[in-house]
Design a protein around this ligand. Sequence first.
Ligand code: UDX
Length: 449
Amino acid sequence: MRQLCVIGSGYVGLVTGTCFADLGNKVTLVDIDERKIEMLQAGRMPIYEPGLAETVLRNTEAGRMRFTTAYEEGLHEAEFVFICVGTPSGVDGEADLQYVRAAAQTIAKTMRRALIVINKSTVPVGTGDWTTEIISSNQPQPVDFAVVSCPEFLREGSALADFMHPDRTVLGSTNRAAAETVAELYAPLDAPIVITDIRTAEMIKYASNAFLATRISFINEISIICERLGADVTEVARGMGIDKRIGPHFLQAGVGFGGSCFPKDVKALANMAQTHGMHPQLLNAVMEINAFQRRQITLKAREMLGGSVSGKTVAILGLAFKENTDDIRESPALTVARSLLNQGATVKAYDPVAMGNASRDVTGITLCDSPYGAAEASDALLVLTPWNEFKHLDMKRVLKSMRRPILIDGRNMYSPEELRAIGFEYRGVGRGYNGAGASDNGGGDSPAH
Ligand code: UDX
């Protein structure tokens, strides 16, 4: 059993701490937010993540996990401290490092024994070296430490499973022995471990997320072309994905990527390139296509409603940036909702878990207690988050209750043929003959890119 301290009780910190406790280590989770720590001590989760509450409970009951606002308590016996604090976007898209700086300073002032400091927050290349300097210059007396970068690759909604079954663990340090000691913590996960220098590890994180975001923007651009030319992007992606060199993942066209990572990380990487005198053309295009993809949904709604959404009632199913999370950060659904409200529409919405967060972020949306309640008496229905429960709706009931039978399937969840057969005017994303109503002249009716 090793003694770990985790700083930060957001997704990354909470999942990392909980999973390490589940692997048999002793974990103290520290957060300066008293409200969050009180919630956790009372067994309530500050975020929604499948399986998290049960696993936290199991480990607190077994005495392997506790929560505190005091760094002293967290660092008292710790051999490892994980920095898992937020790195929001600054004004130009650069990562705002104030929380990482504060955590490093407090660690430096509090530590009394040799410590390996592991950075899990996504930080600009070079931050590991900067963290080393901050700790050295803030220690009241010299105590041994090493900084290791260990970027997280957890997806919200499946974060615990991702932690326990990673494709790889990346460790970067100028101190190889420290990286190898951290590797021992990850050894039970039985996945490949890449040990490299600290800047390369930091870059692996940005490059991985930027690549996945690029795949999504790529297929979204293809979806626009498919729609114009009468092809079906879902079939195109399937046909492409069987090629082992391409692979099937992250090729689902839709409303564009959101969440706390992809938008922020692509922006931050582009910002790093720009500040070093480069012109990141591909990254800029990835962001531009992503913004356009969201706008497309509103444009489609406007077009199908006869040129204007003003005075119309539009129902939105799904507010979270993706399924199985209550996270609404950079959620495409909220961009669409804001745009519809600005254009004078009445917006009704339903999401299984994200309505509380959404209502704090956007005012003016009428929240409904079921998908059916949202659809009732609406002129158009927009499905924007692919929650499983939306796949199994009674679509005849939905249709009957609507004022007009317009359905925009922002995640290509439904069969266009089936929905048209029961009477919907259906539009998907990039679904030529099938979904966009394009005829054999290849003339889809989506707005020009
Ligand atoms: C992502 C990375 O996957 C993870 O490794 C990293 O550490 C944090 O960022 P997450 O933000 O939880 O995880 O979500 P992810 O499942 O990757 O999806 C990101 C966004 O892309 C979502 O909005 C999702 O709906 C969208 N997406 C994903 C698509 O539009 N199409 C796809 O094919 C896949």
